[in-house]
Design a protein around this ligand. Structure first.
Ligand SMILES: Nc1ncnc2c1ncn2[C@@H]1O[C@H](COP(=O)(O)OP(=O)(O)OP(=O)(O)O)[C@@H](O)[C@H]1O
Length: 330
């Protein structure tokens, strides 16, 4: 088996008497996107800083790009690129000058530096703005420049800490395209995000950090299977129709159906009945047939499959019991 691009075992970190990481294990196969999710303050940035050599852990072992963090942090630094939450872009100089500065830092020969700069500015759609001071760039342009600067040294492993926070939807989608392109070129991406959709869109594997540990880890599909929540919602415009449907369902005794107490006064939400369902065609057909047979006609019929939001809320709720991460399923 080939060595993961990034691996960590038993990572621990405390600030004073506050334990932030309490034994974090993770492994990221080369050429994949790994997304670390967690609520504010869960310790995502702390993990990124440790893995990228910017911060020492109290305990644990880390290997990145085949190098051991304890014995060879310099080699790790040479192999990775890091884009943090706070931009490395200098607003006083132009985008092009920012890039050239990075090329100099990487000791690229002048000509090679110019080539790489031109190629990256083109790829990140910054050619027109290249000669303008970076302070005049929009948030999305600054973020693109930031990542372009990270790529000057040609890293095969990059850490992106919340790369799309604060970007509008168009810029966010643009960033996703950039990340996909990087990965199709074989780069390994370690991504932290607060946007579940982002992890769902991009990540081969997702880990949820909660209470200092990885509460769950796996593909988006696998994580969604961890939480119940798939259901069909029937909404009625009129209380009578709603009551009739509720009693028919009660009589049919559908298991786990969330029904209101008999005689309760239906408010806006109470005109909605939820029927647990896996959302398969077979189940939907059976339900529709049954509704027809009972003469029930809902004003709205929607299928709700569990999404990463459901997973996130279930796993990061106060008092949620962390799942034991299972063996890799890919
Ligand atoms: N230098 C420090 N000294 C003391 N406490 C710190 C320090 N850095 C981080 N912390 C605390 O450690 C915890 C984890 O912080 P971290 O920035 O890693 O979280 P995060 O998951 O990245 O959060 P966010 O999503 O808000 O960026 C937080 O409670 C934070 O206040």
């Amino acid at each position: 088996m080939t060595e993961p691009a990034i691996s960590a075992r038993g990572l621990r970190k405390s600030y004073g008497d506050k334990t932030v990481l309490d034994g974090v294990d993770l492994a990221v196969p080369a050429g994949t996107v790994f997304s670390l999710l967690g609520p504010n303050g869960a310790g995502k940035t702390t993990v990124v800083k440790i893995l990228s050599t910017l911060l020492g852990a109290d305990a644990g072992t880390v290997r990145v790009g085949g190098h051991d963090l304890a014995t060879d942090p310099q080699a790790i630094r040479a192999a990775i690129g890091v884009t943090g939450q706070f931009s490395a872009v200098d607003g006083l100089i132009t985008g092009e000058e920012n890039m050239q500065l990075m090329a100099d830092l990487h000791h690229l020969p002048r000509r090679k530096g110019r080539e790489v700069t031109a190629e990256l500015l083109e790829r990140f759609d910054l050619v027109e703005a290249a000669k303008k001071p970076a302070s005049t760039y929009s948030g999305g342009m600054k973020r693109r420049l930031d990542i372009a600067m990270t790529l000057v040294g040609g890293p095969r492993i990059i850490f992106l800490d919340e790369p799309t926070t604060g970007l509008d939807p168009r810029s966010r989608h643009g960033m996703w395209e950039i990340i996909r392109e990087l990965v199709s070129g074989g780069v390994t991406v370690f991504l932290t995000t607060q946007y579940l959709e982002e992890a769902d869109q991009l990540a081969h594997r997702i880990a949820v950090l909660h209470g200092g540990r990885i509460a769950a880890e796996g593909t988006a599909e696998k994580l969604k299977r961890l939480v119940p929540g798939g259901h069909i919602r029937l909404r009625f415009a009129h209380p009578q129709a709603y009551e009739a449907a509720a009693s028919a369902l009660r009589a049919a005794g559908l298991p786990r159906t969330r029904l209101p107490a008999r005689g309760s006064s239906p408010d806006e939400e109470a005109l909605t009945l939820r029927i647990p369902s896996d959302g398969t065609q077979r189940e939907l057909r059976a339900l529709l047939d049954w509704l027809d047979a009972e003469g029930i006609e809902a004003d709205e019929f929607t299928v709700h499959t569990p999404d990463l939001d459901d997973v996130f809320f279930a796993l990061t709720a106060e008092g949620a019991v962390p799942h034991q991460p299972e063996e890799a399923d890919r």
